[in-house]
Each structure stands twice: as C-alpha cells, then as structure tokens.
Design a protein around this ligand. Sequence first.
Ligand SMILES: *Cc1c(COP(=O)(O)O)cnc(C)c1O
Length: 370
Amino acid sequence: MTYSKPGYPKLVTDLNKLRENIETVKNLCDARGVEIAGVIKGCTGLFPCVQQYEKAGVKYIASSRLEQLAELKSRGIQTPLAMIRVPMISEAEDVVRYCEYSLNSELSVLETLNMHAGRQDKIHNVILMADLGDLREGWWDKDEMVRAAIAVENEMKNLHLAGVGMNVGCYGSIVATPEKIEELVAIAQAVENAIGRELEIISGGATSSLMRVYDGNLPERVNMLRIGEAILLSYDLPHLYGYECSGMHQDVFTIQAEVIEVKDKPSHPVGEIGFDAFGHRVEYVDRGIRRRALIGLGKCDYGDPGDLLPRMEGVEILGASSDHTILDIQDAVDAGREIKVGDVLEFDLKYSTMVYLTNSPNVAKVFIQP
Ligand SMILES: *Cc1c(COP(=O)(O)O)cnc(C)c1O
C-alpha cells in the first residue's frame, strides 16, 4: 500500500477559472482566425485540467513530454495531441503511436517517424520548425529547411507536412514582434513554392505571440498559436509586458502550506558564515529581532522560493532549504494579522513553481470542480 499523507501541502486548482481562461483566450484567437493548441506541460498534464481544454473545444492539446501525452491518449482524450519538443529518435515510435502531430527540426528524426508511421499504418502530421533567432529548436539554414520540406513531401509517404512553425522567448528572450513573425510567413511561402501547394498550418509561437493578437497585428497567415502560460497563469503578459488581459484569472492555482513554527529570532545568522544547504553563499540582511514563521514546504516541492508569491500582505519569503521555507511575518503581525502554528498560508505561483508543484508527489492535488 502506498502511503497517502493527509493535509498539507495542498495544491488547489480552480477548474472554473481555468475553463474561463481557456475560453477567453480561445474567443480572442477565434476572432482572428487563429486556432490554439492548449499547452499543458506547465501543469504537468494534470488530467482534470486537460479535460477543461477538451470541453472548451481547443483544436489541439500539446506537451513537450511524451509521457503526459501518452497518458492523455490512454485516458480517452479525443482532441488531437501534439508533441512540441522536437522528438528524440528513441521516442519516435511512441510519438507516432500517441500523437497526431509533432514539431520537428531533424531529417533523421523525420525519417524515423516516417518508418514507424508506416509500420503502424498511419499518417503522422509534422510541423517543421524554423529558428528565427531564439536559438533553441529549428533550422537556422532556411534553404536546408526547404530541402527537408521537399524530402518530407516527396519521399516520406507516411508523414504529412502540415505546416511550419517557430518559437521565440524561451532561450534567447527574443520578442515576437510582427516583423519576426513575418519571417516565418516568408519561410512558409518558400516551402509552398517548393512543394507546389499551400500549407495548412503556420504556427506562430507561444504565449509571447499572443501579444500580437491583443494588438491586432499578428501577421495575416498565422493560424495557430501554442498557448501555455497565458491560460494557466496569465502572469507574463500583464506583469512583464503591461497588457491589461481583462477577464483573465491569475489565481487558477493556489498552493497551501501549513505553519510549523512561529518564533522571534535574529534576522542575521549567528556564528561563522559558510554555505547554505545547496552549497551557495548567501547574503543576510540584519534587521534585528523579527517574528518568523516556518512552513512545511521547501525547494524540493517548488524550486525557487523567489517564485512563490505570498497572498497575505506583510509576509515576506526570506529563503528556503529542501523542506522548509522561512518567512518574515513581522509586518503582518504589526498590521494585526495573527499567524500561529497550524495555520495555513496561501501563495500564488509563477511558471517555475507551477511546474514543480504540479509535478511533486509530496503535494496533494485538490480540484474545485466546475
Ligand atoms: C512550452 C512551449 C510552448 C508554450 O509556451 P508558453 O510560453 O507557456 O505559452 C509553445 N511551444 C513550444 C515549442 C513549447 O516548448
């Protein structure tokens, strides 16, 4: 029997809010003739979340992790699935088995996908990726990309060349400007000229390309966006780029953690300073004696404590070790808010904390049902 711990930490997901976020973004994109791929890797493909995408009628469901997509397929998700990390050769067979679409950037992988699609008696849809400067996946040499497209079109009879795509704003922090996205449209046209037909899909990026939909300047022929963060968190566009994003919920996810110690302590460590639990040198600010709280949640659960956002005013995150997070609660106490052992504190998430917490077996997952 596996042990299932009662209580906290608990990740609460409000499925109504998630559904409304999906619908808001979908309506916005529908109005511009853009289909969305709901990218579910940010919440580790949690099944009740994915069901909301299906109910909202997104055209594709996508993840970078084949294991998540395989699980969705086996649990009966009907929406076409897209593998959006360019596949490993070693997973090509299962990409064909579980996914209708994949993004690709290597001829040898395409040949392997074609072989397995033949063995499985299937036609697998591929989108070829162009690297427009973010320097993650995609062809840099665009003539080589066109030659690959010709090879898929003419020689790989179990692959269907569905379109071309690009991604920015992930490694190289490149902004999805209209000019940048136009480069992809030009590549699509070069491919179309070479193969003598129109492509169905021009996949113009991720959440950062959604800014072009808000501004009404997404290049005409782009008809697919792969949206993760903007739906799950709606943090980046309002907080990093100043978009209004009215009607979007930023609190689909709540992490709840239990207070396990509350004491007055010095704010500067006492003794000779060496390294912290993870081998780092840390600077500590001396603010005298302050009221501090520990919660039963740590870096193992969420990664970086700086990406955890306390909901209660006057609560500040000082740091963390694997299993403890240390909070300065003096300002909250001074403002008359009581925090005692056994209380539960709530935090908003950012992308990194969402990824880790949804992935953690130590965190109970609770869903507010529609
Ligand atoms: C993760 C990912 C996305 C979604 O990114 P968000 O910024 O979360 O919208 C889209 N495309 C690819 C290729 C990805 O890896």
